[in-house]
Design a protein around this ligand. Structure first.
Ligand code: SF4
Ligand code: SF4
Length: 165
């Protein structure tokens, strides 16, 4: 028994490690220095383990395909969708999302002329490296570009009112 265990152990010692050294083989002492080296091409990043088919990553929203039916808002168990009444479109907060894809299932989408069938306005992408310092960063909010402009103008006019007061 012991001999058999020793044999298995010795066999493992000469085998290649089964781990995926992502993003680099050893944890860097200085992350900023590592990023600089990667940018200069001095260090190669090992790719992460590929995701399987049907993986539910970051939700992607295409406002052009959105008919404003609000079904996604109704089914979302995480309250991650917000209605934008001025645009009749939605805003999606990725940081609240639990990647269940119920909204994708229910989205009817829109058919453009010449197309055979409607294409959904929502889809789960393969993106999962979405850590951020700010849960409201641009990368973590999906919305029509006009919505960003609207919010910017609102913030500017609020600042002007506060300045005058
Ligand atoms: S994937 Fe699930 S949690 Fe995320 S927005 Fe859609 S319904 Fe909500
Ligand atoms: S994203 Fe889809 S489900 Fe949500 S409002 Fe637009 S068309 Fe409807």
């Amino acid at each position: 028994m012991v001999n058999k265990m020793m044999f298995v152990l010795l066999k493992q010692l000469v085998k290649k490690p089964a781990t995926n050294p992502f993003p680099v083989k050893h944890a860097p002492a200085n992350v900023t220095a590592l990023i600089e080296k990667v940018q200069k091409g001095e260090v190669q990043i090992n790719p992460p383990v590929p995701v399987p088919e049907g993986f539910r990553g970051k939700l992607v929203y295409d406002p052009e395909r959105c008919i404003g039916c609000r079904l996604c808002i109704m089914v979302c168990p995480a309250d991650a969708m917000e209605w934008i009444p001025e645009l009749k479109k939605i805003r999606h907060y990725v940081s609240r999302c639990m990647f269940c894809a119920l909204c994708v299932d229910v989205c009817p989408g829109k058919k453009f002329p010449g197309e055979e069938k409607a294409v959904k306005a929502l889809r789960m992408s393969e993106e999962f490296l979405i850590a951020d310092y700010d849960k409201y960063s641009d990368n973590l909010i999906e919305e029509p570009p006009e919505a960003k402009e609207m919010l910017k103008k609102e913030a500017e006019s609020t600042a002007q009112v506060e300045e005058k007061a």
